[in-house]
Design a binder for this molecule. Sequence first.
Ligand code: CP
Length: 361
Amino acid sequence: MPLRDVSWEEFSGLSLDGKARALNSKGRLFHVLYAQQFGRKELDDLGALATQIRFLAKSDDGARFLLGLLPHRRAMLYFTQPSTRTFLSFCAACEVLGMSLGEVRDTSTSSEFKGESQEDSVRTFSSYFDLIVMRSKIGGLAERMAWTLSNSERPVPIINAGSGRDQHPTQALLDIYTLQRSFERRGGIDGKRIVFVGDLARGRTVRSLSCLLANYRGVRMVFVAPDQLQIGRDILEQLEARGVSYELSADFAAAIPDADAIYMTRIQDEWDKEQGESARIDTSSYCFTEADLARLGKEAVLMHPMPRRNEMAAGVDRDPRAVYWRQMRNGMWIRSALIAVQFGIAEVIRNRASETGVKVP
Ligand code: CP
């Protein structure tokens, strides 16, 4: 059922799976709003495409080929909630493919300041741009804007670059790409033990990534947090429905030795309901320090969506198992791959990569 054939009330009442189906157009990803839109095949294909783009971009010839793919397309970055790496990696991803960019990062400089609605703002962007990437602190706003555009005369795609406390699907895609690369010589992501640590109640990256990990066979997820910051029941119910095994724990030290990947998160106190709410929770034992390196598996990896505070000591950065800087750079490649799929140029990239001998696992 295409998005333009349903009322907002009907669409917002659908299950996540029903919504995910409505977001595609002509059998292809169109709006990208939820992690639930991606199955195992899409994840494998996107990772392979990101690798092909990454290798092509290394040579002068390959970079020029990529630049020539979408010079006639423009992307609008509508980021009204703070961001460094999501914003910049989307800029870089669009530039890799030759797209030009516009941005609104502060509504005090746009006509929203004069009372324009978000619907009218987004319809205005769609008059000039072919893709809208948006981040907002308002949960569900990207979904409402996608419906608005699909029911307008210029239905351009929307990518959710972080909405409220709910979803951050493209962060989860880059996390999966990082895990694919990290476990390339260890049988892939299947069967691995992934330990999530920190503010799991309000961290949208963990919510999206745990849904993507449910696509892998035998993955075991361990959610480690103080009770007040433990992962939401809605995510656990989704995992249970898919037969995924998980553990809840408050003991980070005990979870370190058996982990294949540790995914640290910061305390998201910007969501505190009252001043100092997070500060009253003892989070001191949910930090990874240099001393913990000795108990970490030799082939395990340490991840973090960033930005970090003190939960991941800077002294750990030099250890080869700390992959969070590479993880961040992977965001540029996977976001290029995603945009390539949305604009129907994946095949031409694959062909060029295979002609130039780029090998993907
Ligand atoms: N990981 C992430 O979303 O970082 P930014 O907030 O800097 O975009």
